[in-house]
Design a protein around this ligand. Structure first.
Ligand code: S3P
Length: 429
């Protein structure tokens, strides 16, 4: 087991460029694999999750070369995908699992999808049920809810689907299947989830129609190869935005951070809590807005985080809990049941691990209540194999009296392999 200890720092100062966006990196590879022609990707996140996506599509017969943040994908169109002679291992990645199932649903061959212990517990019925309605044959434990999953794709029919959850993975899976299905596929969600699929499909030459919370595609659409520039991941930036706000005497600039409005809830929360934050160099890359974000040590106050804001910051809640522990007053997080089906049950893991560090925090049915003003103390905590729990604990460690020792810290490489390096770059020496 890999263990990392984090010590209190005097201040954090400087400029860093966070790694490429995980959601966009996955999509750039997958869409490149089904597109016609050679796609090149710049700013790719070489984290374990995105490497799992590359490995799966290589097993589907696509030539993909990756060298750090550069990837070249030799797409041969939908028909170019081949039946894999080996299992498709998604590792820890829910995005790989659910989006790839949408692609496999329309391919006339058999494949088996497996992942790690965490993936084996995550609900897949949210995609396998609608994909079956479209005509794909899928089997797996718990009636196709859990991996390993076996899928035989073929000619599918478009579907009009009302999703119970605001999930970009569900929406993207069905839209991808819809591209090779008969007729129209429409997905309606209860609140807007991240829209990288819609934006990037358009960049790859696909027509996507949006009306309110409904997104539709027509079947029979091909993708054309692209050059994709991946913005910095706001979900990775979030750890340093929180660090900059809570570590004394700090000022951090994060360059080229993706600020797609469906992902930028953390910026809203920081502002609502009173953080001193500034955006500069605002521009667009690859159809996505980016900016440099500067944050300074701030006086913070508790707030309520709920409703449509939740899907815009769902992955940031572990580190928002750390932020809230340093605010004046109480922060209430509601409407966030989806936290229970992430890499871990993040209501449980955030509450148990922050309690060990001395935070007064209570789990609720759909979120948590965090009392501010905590004096954090060192302790041994566990990531439970969840990258974002590991990083949230490390950020807490930067202000704790005594070492914060993080067990299973290797999980951090799933989305941010250079995380500890970036902490030392900013630390006062
Ligand atoms: C993702 C969507 C979100 C998010 C995950 C990445 C994506 O999951 O939590 O980290 O890339 O589409 P859900 O679709 O399950 O909400």
């Amino acid at each position: 087991m890999t263990v990392n200890s984090v010590k209190k720092v005097k201040s954090l100062n400087g400029t860093i460029r966070v790694p490429g966006d995980k959601s966009i990196s996955h999509r750039a590879v997958m869409f490149g694999a089904i597109a016609e022609g050679t796609t090149t990707v710049e700013g790719f996140l070489p984290g374990e999750d995105c490497l799992s996506t590359i490995a799966c599509f290589q097993k589907l017969g696509v030539n993909i070369e990756q060298d750090g943040e550069r990837v070249t994908i030799e797409g041969k169109g939908w028909e170019g995908l081949e039946e894999p002679s080996d299992i498709l291992d998604v590792g820890n990645s829910g995005t790989t699992t659910r989006l790839m199932l949408g692609i496999l649903a329309t391919r006339p061959f058999h494949s088996v999808v497996i992942g790690d212990d965490s993936i084996a517990k995550r609900p897949m019925a949210r995609v396998t049920n609608p994909l079956r309605k479209m005509g794909a044959e899928i089997d797996g434990r718990n009636e196709g809810n859990f991996t390993p999953l076996s899928i035989r794709g073929g000619q599918t029919k478009g579907i009009t689907y009302q999703s119970k959850v605001a999930s970009a993975q569900v929406k993207s899976c069905l839209l991808l299947a819809g591209l090779q299905s008969e007729g129209t596929t429409s997905v309606t969600e209860p609140a807007l989830s991240r829209d990288h699929t819609e934006r990037m499909l358009e960049a790859y030459g696909v027509t996507v129609t949006r009306e309110g919370l409904t997104v539709s595609v027509e079947g029979g659409q091909a993708l054309k190869a692209q050059h994709i520039v991946v913005p910095g991941d706001v979900s990775s930036a979030a750890f340093f935005l929180v660090a900059g706000a809570i570590v004394p005497n700090s000022e951090i600039t994060l360059q080229g951070v993706g600020l797609n409005p469906t992902r930028s809830g953390i910026i809203d929360v920081l502002k609502l809590m009173g953080a001193s934050l500034k955006l500069t160099n605002e521009t667009m890359v690859g159809g996505e807005p980016i900016a440099d974000v500067t944050i300074k040590t701030s006086e913070l106050h508790g707030i309520e985080i709920s409703g449509d804001l939740i899907p815009r910051l769902i992955d940031e809640i572990p580190v928002i809990a750390v932020l809230a522990s340093q605010a004046n007053g109480t922060t209430i997080i509601k409407d966030a049941e989806e936290l229970k089906v992430k890499e871990t049950n993040r209501i449980d893991t955030v509450v148990s691990e922050l309690t060990k560090l001395g935070v007064s925090i209570q789990a609720t049915e759909d979120g948590m209540i965090i009392n501010g003003g905590a004096l954090l103390k060192g302790a041994t905590v566990n990531s439970y194999g969840d990258h974002r729990i590991g990083m949230a604990m490390a950020i807490a460690g930067l202000i704790a009296e005594g070492d914060v020792t993080i067990e299973r810290s290797d999980a951090i490489a799933v989305s941010y392999p250079s995380f500890f390096e970036h902490i030392s770059l900013l630390e006062e020496k």
